[in-house]
Design a protein around this ligand. Structure first.
Ligand code: SF4
Length: 430
């Protein structure tokens, strides 16, 4: 969950859509133009992954900074119509190549009515080459709030090619769910997974959050025991982070609770790792664990900096070295339609330093690490190879990094310091 490219730190996602607009307007980098159309003209893209953002939720959780809100205006139907037009516009960017991964996140995609899902799935089949996904060589994930799971919906998803479901459990302890203002009954999680299994959705993941105020290490152990006994092949476990402009952060600032001590959080971090590994779910990324072969291929595309397309308000794309975000406000998304393309904001054109920094920042979190030749080659192109090599040696002497078979990965001592190690390496880029 914490990784989704639709993460929108700037609008106050805990408030209304209109409040988000106010904050968005203060951003200096908003370009608000349909930039994806430019790539079509220049022939720069061949993305094999697609992220779709559905912004609706039935309640706003207090820790959440994703672009999502409770829609009181019943706009799901017009949203899907607009999304279909956007998907048709961006599809030619794949140059006819089959998609390998598709991920529908949010928000709560499973809040959409089955008939709207049918429309969306029909559009995806008619517009993109889904052969790899439908033959089981690719991956099609839908994020699910357990309260919204139903036999009918999962039947529609399975029939439409969905092969993986990611269920937001966060905790199985009602007190901790209440602290997060997360509104679901923990018993709905196993029910949702069972419904997915019965519908033939073979790959299933659960999200947990730890370091919730008031949570003990034993509480985390209990959440892990419950989660790992479920029929899943993947688990994501993120520590609670206090993002700007969330209700949780405001409560923290008002002194309503104390955050978990760093030492306890570290204990929880290692506990998550060891319990997952004991149950055969290896850590392939700092916060993500999977049975061999069940890693989330879509998220791996992000972490490996492969290109991907995006559709839906606030969804971020990475195409031809450019990064941009579809406008994060539903009204603007619905009202601007330039031959299907949506307005975008926060466009970063290709820039070798930024590209290399991104490779380091996300690659260092992966168990496979980063390709030394690739980073040193790209650093050399910007005259920073010597400085980067020196930083790598320093991190190696500190015991944080190890080089194996041409790849650079974090050691056990380096794992909890991943962000710090990444910043040290990135400081060499000037
Ligand atoms: S259900 Fe997910 S996207 Fe919606 S508010 Fe809660 S955390 Fe955010």
């Amino acid at each position: 969950m914490a990784l989704s490219p639709a993460q929108v730190p700037e609008p106050d996602a805990a408030m209304t859509d209109d409040t988000a607009l106010h904050i968005l307007r203060q951003r200096p980098t908003t370009t608000a133009r349909p930039i994806a159309a430019d790539f079509l003209c220049r022939g720069e893209a061949e993305p094999r992954s697609l992220y779709i953002h559905v912004p609706f939720c039935f309640h706003k959780c207090h820790y959440c900074d994703f672009y999502s809100f409770v829609d009181t205006r019943d706009r799901q139907g017009v949203f899907i119509d607009r999304l279909v037009r956007e998907l048709r516009a961006v599809a030619p960017l794949t140059r006819g190549l089959p998609l390998r991964t598709l991920f529908v996140g949010g928000g709560t995609p499973t809040l959409l009515a089955p008939k709207l899902w049918r429309t969306l799935l029909r559009c995806l089949r008619d517009t993109f080459d889904l052969q790899e996904i439908l033959r089981g060589h690719g991956e099609f994930t839908v994020e699910c709030n357990p309260e919204t799971a139903s036999e009918e919906l999962f039947g529609v998803l399975s029939e439409g090619g969905v092969s993986r479901i990611s269920v937001g459990a966060q905790s199985f302890n009602p007190t901790h769910l209440k602290t997060l203002e997360r509104w679901h009954d923990p018993d709905t999680v196993p029910r949702a997974l069972e419904l997915a299994r019965s519908a033939g959705i073979e790959r299933r993941s659960v999200d947990l959050i730890y370091a919730i105020p008031g949570q003990t290490t034993e509480d985390v152990r209990s959440d892990l025991a419950t989660a790992l006994a479920l029929p899943i092949d993947h688990l994501s476990a993120y520590n609670l982070t206090y993002e700007p402009n969330t209700a949780m952060t405001r409560r923290l600032q008002r002194g309503e609770f104390h955050p978990i001590e760093e030492e306890s959080e570290l204990e929880m971090f290692w506990l998550v790792r060891s319990e997952c590994e004991k149950r055969g779910l290896g850590a392939y990324e700092i916060s993500n664990f999977a049975r061999p072969g069940s890693e989330c291929r879509h998220n791996l595309a992000y972490w490996r900096q492969d290109p991907w397309l995006a559709a839906g308000p606030s969804a971020s794309a990475h195409v031809g070295g450019h990064r941009y975000k579809v406008i994060p406000r539903l009204d603007d998304y619905l009202n601007h339609d330039d031959q299907g393309f949506a307005l975008v904001t926060d466009h970063d054109p290709p820039e070798p330093r930024r590209t290399l920094a991104e490779i380091i920042m996300t690659g260092i979190r992966l168990a496979e690490g980063i390709d030394m030749n690739r980073v040193l080659g790209e650093a050399s192109a910007i005259g920073a190879a010597g400085a980067l090599q020196a930083e790598i040696e320093r991190a190696d002497e500190s015991g944080w990094l190890v080089e194996r078979a041409g790849r650079l990965a974090l050691t056990d001592s380096g794992l909890p310091l991943a962000d710090h190690v990444a910043s040290c390496l990135m400081s060499a880029l000037g």
